[in-house]
Design a binder for this molecule. Sequence first.
Ligand code: PEP
Ligand code: MG
Length: 556
Amino acid sequence: MAELRGVGIGLGVAQGPVARMAEPLPAPSDAPSERTLEEETTRVREAVGVVARELEQRGALAGGAAQDVLEAQAMMAEDPSLETEIDARLAQGRTAEWAVYDAFASFRDTLTAMGGYLGERAADLDDVAQRVIARLRGVPAPGVPDPGHPFVLVAKDLAPADTALLDLDKVLALITTEGGPTSHTAILAREKSIVAVVGAVGAKGLLEGQTVIVDAASGVVTTEPTAEELDRAQNRAAARASAASAPITDGALADGTKVPLLANLGNPDGAVDAVALGAEGVGLFRTEFLFLSSSQAPTIEQQRVSYEKLLAAFPGQKVVVRVLDAGADKPLPFLNDAHEENPALGLRGIRALRASEDILREQLTALAEADAATRANGGGADLWVMAPMVATVEETEYFVTLARDYGVKTAGVMVEVPSSALLADRVLKYADFASIGTNDLTQYTLAADRLLGSVASFQDPWHPAVLRLIREVGAAGQSLGKPVGICGEAAADPLLAVVLVGLGATTLSMAPTALADVRATLLQHSLEDARRIAEAALAADDAATARTAAQEAATR
Ligand code: PEP
Ligand code: MG
């Protein structure tokens, strides 16, 4: 069996024929043409005509707003003044490719200079030029392909402009050769629930039309699938689809043990979808969105409005808000603008807040005000507040004491640094709860920058070293009677979710799109099973073996 490995995004599996995203075309040379003027003129007319007809046909198929855009592009291709410009360059003895390239470029510059609506059409003109040049060269046009049937898109990485054009009815799965778990493709795939494997270097060799299985749960692309493998993948996809349409119940194991399933949210606007997908509250509200676009901290009032909206969406339910986690992957100049060689090991999370304590105090004020206001309206939530990147017992005591001063009733910490996992019994003497951020905990345990594609394979929370740290926190929570939640990506992996519960996690928080899969998988195992499956994973030497051992233990 031939397979390629990358980093899987999401949990799905899909199969289909490959369609490759063509590379952007290199600029043509301006060397004199070896053809006659007549030959070059005929080539240009033919290529322009074919491209214009293609654009019109696609427009007719697409309908709606897309049809208007594509028809406008077809008209651009055949614009008479553009033709005059192209002809002038051909008359100078240049190749058809260069004449098209240069004439379109000068038109594009004119449009850009006009600004406004016309300026925005400049990119459309570039696209037309690329299509005509591709036709002249006899190669596929760059950009997202349209083979006329559903396909598995293989690309280097997707630019935001490409993703905007993706037809999600046609793209069965995505494979990229570059990019890590935080690349554009990964973000898009997560947001839209597209099956994806990123950073699969070996995908460069995949051929157009070749059938592949893309398994995001394991990060594997099977390149020569057997009929049996295709059947198995099909059954898994069907099981996922039925989990998605299964009735929404509270998170629980097969023996009835409750495991509340919560949502990770980055914006109060996500609350409606989370509730519709059965979130029993919020396990991680990332407050950075309020801060990331501004050059200074938002006011207490601005923050209060957002927090009120969030709390009002979950009446009577738990909502865990994380105070600002700035630094490293979430840079915020007004909190820390020092150049740091290793920002992930620098002034970030609670360290940065402590250095600008007024910002932390304002955030706690806004949270307390929002809590009071929503309660006064009779629709309050159960607000818990936690600090990110806590590394020491002293930082725990600092944050919990400060939060209590502002009236926060339930104050806790995120366990994202191995030191606080190892001393979880002491951390939890002060904190009301712990929430394990497996993304950072994995980064710090394996010493692998979570933003670097080159070390993405280390960013695997199945690693037994990470699991052992989680067990430490779970055991401390159990002996002190304090809740231990999980809010990193790990909780969204259904089998790993079972392992985490076996290690002592009491709640799981994840992107809302993952809730259905996790809910369905938890229901298949008792607490005793979960502990046994966790033991099997803990006994492994590495992440891959831990995953396989857990799979075997789960089917036993
Ligand atoms: C984590 O580190 O696992 C986490 C949930 O926080 P973030 O991804 O926002 O750093
Ligand atoms: Mg984190």
